[in-house]
Design a binder for this molecule. Structure first.
Ligand code: UD1
Ligand code: UDP
Length: 374
């Protein structure tokens, strides 16, 4: 029997986390698949952290990251680099994830080479071309190219149907993020990190902060950080842990506004194992991240989303996630309300998991096995 040739492509931290369970599943099924892993290296250190945790060794590494890279740099280098590899490996299907520029550019290179594309985490939409930027357009264009759409939820499937994607090519699978999360969260987990192991999780309320979105760089991010500074100065029992993204612009704003503030811990990006366990030990999550909006609800942690809209309405509908935007007063008032009103806090602190049961990767692998005949 001929094996199905599949190449999984990713380049940034969140894609790596969410593709890790899937590439492991291909390895488990190696009697059916000749599976290769291609990393673009759009992120370097933050990608390598995930590869280490999940013990993934890429077959190809384009190693493209430059400091302060533009989206044009990423697109052009990925299209060119992948084009060469596709000519060498000629896969039956190329898999990409979500909405990064790595994903869109890889899908484009596959299309140019008449290679079928499977889109993992398909169908998320904010409806706003410029927010998140450039992710909304990346995922829409990837969806236009894709032959298989692995949609996490029914709502994501509906978004695709509304864009005239053939229902037969859409598969509601859940999100692989839950497969990854379930493999790392452990109630007995102990931190080795020098800052985290000194935190008094029993008596202090921990706010876990992450922020990196391109459209928030500049004043929106400054305003968010100023609101958080006011909160920490007002509440003695609150500490903030912020693993700062390696983007130099984010580093600069974080250090300027929060660098000298007591009980605010600016630390380097954490490995996935301590990070996921830190979510489960925190009181409240403040984030503009996509993936964390899926993980924190599954762990019963309220999330305030530091953006104007979300492409992940499921946890908002369930009450665990609130959209607060980036206005300083609004961010400050909403955090304060949740710190002072236990009824409102408890209403949000429900474990909800609209994103899957931990078996998404198995489903995707089975679908590909059934659909592709070689
Ligand atoms: C990228 C994705 C975004 C995703 C995010 C996850 C695009 C356009 N953006 O945004 O969708 O949500 O990753 O984190 O695809 N850097 C390092 N080391 C690293 C990673 C980044 O130094 O390991 C620095 C580099 O200077 C780099 C900059 O951060 O130029 C920005 O990285 P980039 O991938 O362009 O954008 P992100 O904001 O990380
Ligand atoms: N994450 C991590 N270490 C950190 C911060 C985040 O491992 O210090 C994980 C987090 O659990 C989630 C993913 O990285 O799975 C989110 O990545 P990011 O916020 O960079 O991207 P987005 O999800 O917004 O695309």
């Amino acid at each position: 029997m001929n094996k199905i040739k599949v190449i999984s492509v990713f380049g940034t931290r969140p894609e790596a986390i969410k593709m890790a369970p899937l590439v492991k599943e291909f390895i488990e099924n190696s009697e059916y698949f000749d599976s290769k892993i291609l990393v673009t290296g759009q992120h370097r250190e933050m990608l390598d952290q995930v590869l280490d945790i999940f013990k993934i060794v890429p077959d190809y590494d384009l190693n493209i990251m430059k400091h302060n890279q533009s989206i044009v740099d990423i697109t052009s280098e990925v299209v060119k680099g992948i084009d060469e590899i596709l000519k060498d490996f000629s896969p039956d299907v190329l898999l990409v994830h979500g909405d990064t520029t790595t994903s869109f550019a890889a899908a484009l290179a596959a299309f140019y080479n008449h290679v079928k594309v499977g889109h993992v985490e398909a169908g998320l939409r904010s409806g706003n071309k410029y927010s998140p930027y450039p992710e909304e357009m990346n995922r829409s264009l990837t969806g236009r190219i894709a032959d298989f759409h692995f949609a996490p939820t029914k709502g994501n499937e509906e978004n695709l149907i509304n864009e005239n994607i053939d229902k037969e090519h859409i598969f509601v699978t859940g999100n692989t993020v839950i497969d990854a999360l379930l493999s790392v969260v452990d109630s007995k987990f102990r931190f080795e990190h020098p800052v985290l192991k000194k935190i008094d999780f029993e008596n202090q309320r921990i706010l876990l902060l992450t922020a990196h979105r391109r459209e928030n760089l500049g004043k929106p991010m400054e305003d968010i950080f100023k609101a958080i500074k006011r909160i920490v100065l007002e509440f003695d029992d609150v500490e903030v842990i912020y693993p700062v993204h390696l983007n130099p612009i984010v580093q600069k704003i974080a250090n300027q506004v929060l660098g000298e503030v007591k009980r605010v811990h600016l630390i380097e990006p954490l490995d996935y194992l301590p990070f996921a366990n830190l979510i489960s030990k925190s009181h409240l999550i403040l984030t503009d991240s996509g993936g964390i909006q899926e993980e924190a609800p599954a762990l019963g942690k309220p999330v305030l989303v530091l953006r104007k809209e979300t492409e992940r309405p499921e946890a908002v509908e369930a009450g665990t996630v609130k959209i607060v935007g980036t206005n300083e007063m609004n961010v400050y008032e909403t955090i304060k309300m949740l710190l002072t009103n236990d009824y409102e806090y408890q209403k949000m602190a429900n474990a909800v998991n609209p994103y899957g049961d931990g078996s998404t990767s198995k489903r995707i692998v089975n679908i590909i096995k059934e659909a592709i005949h070689v």
